[in-house]
Design a binder for this molecule. Structure first.
Ligand code: CO8
Length: 261
């Protein structure tokens, strides 16, 4: 495996990968080299048949405190445009395997947006979500305004983006921004995310990846197109061994094995 400076990649369970953001001095601020490492690790895991799902986490204090302000401070429009500043943030959306964000502490700005790019978010009771860009004279640039609006609606998104207020884990749960607030103790949220990833990784992988693709389509297509896309992929499942095995096992009153076995 590659040697990284800003992230740690591990495999805590046979088919589960864990990526830990590891830039403690800057509360995991997402500088470009960190993001490039993250993209490289995710692309490798996406291509690895031995991995079925990925957990992404930070530290107890911070999932990530945003894009790196030091890196952005003196930038000019012309060079952000010319050099496609932060375009690398788009790569995560193209991955096929499910990614679960396990969030403790600050998930601010780009950190909040990174969590929103993941497929499922689990929060520890210490999690704090926010889009504080407004305090820096700027706006979200990593998809926050769009993904939050989809996740929690206009009024709450406007409140977060216009005031910069931090939202607690409990509030984020109530708003439907995260699936659940998990556990009390240190590391609980990561353990729970690994368990969830393990469950997902034990299913038929073509179905898992197709399921992720159809749910994501709901954020891009209108209803008629989305329903047609879902139906097409659903029909496609009949071409898989997992469907034959899965439905036969149901009548054999056995647990379905998944391919390859
Ligand atoms: N960038 C760079 N360094 C940071 C960042 C950051 N976002 N956040 C924290 N740090 C550094 C601090 O400078 C400090 O460094 P040093 O020890 O050298 O002074 C160290 O991390 C520890 O931070 P604090 O001393 O401030 O720790 P506190 O516990 O006092 O406060 C906070 C924690 C509240 C999280 C505070 O650090 C903070 O407000 N951070 C900034 C949060 C923020 O504004 N984030 C938004 C950034 S803008 C953004 O993300 C735009 C996204 C665009 C994405 C575009 C994608 C295409």
């Amino acid at each position: 495996t590659a040697n990284y400076e800003y992230i740690i990649v591990a495999q805590p369970e046979p088919r589960v990968a864990l990526i830990t953001l590891n830039r403690p001095k800057a509360l995991n601020a997402l500088c470009s080299p960190l993001f490039n490492e993250l993209n490289k690790a995710l692309a490798d895991l996406d291509a690895d048949d031995g991995v079925g799902a990925v957990v992404l986490t930070g530290s107890e204090k911070a999932f990530a405190a945003g894009a790196d302000i030091k890196e952005m401070k003196d930038k000019e429009y012309s060079d952000t445009f010319k050099n496609r500043f932060l375009e690398e943030w788009g790569a995560i959306g193209k991955l096929r395997k499910p990614i679960i964000a396990a969030v403790s502490g600050y998930a601010l700005g780009g950190g909040c947006e990174l969590a929103l790019m993941c497929d499922i978010i689990l929060a520890s009771p210490t999690a704090k979500f926010g889009q504080p860009e407004i305090n820096l004279g700027t706006i979200p640039g990593g998809g926050g305004s769009q993904r939050l609006a989809h996740a929690i609606g206009k009024s709450r998104t406007m409140e977060m983006v216009l005031t910069g207020r931090h939202v607690s884990a409990q509030e984020a749960e109530k708003w439907g921004m995260v699936s659940r607030v998990v556990g009390e103790g240190e590391g609980e949220v990561v353990k729970e995310a690994i368990e969830m990833a393990k469950t997902i990784a034990s299913k038929g992988q073509i179905a898992v990846q197709a399921a992720k693709e159809v749910v994501n389509a709901a954020y891009e297509l209108n209803l008629a197109e989305g329903l047609r896309f879902e139906r097409r992929l659903f029909h496609g499942m009949f071409a898989t061994k997992d469907q034959k095995e899965g439905m036969a096992a149901f009548f054999g009153k056995e647990k379905a094995r998944v391919y390859p076995f």
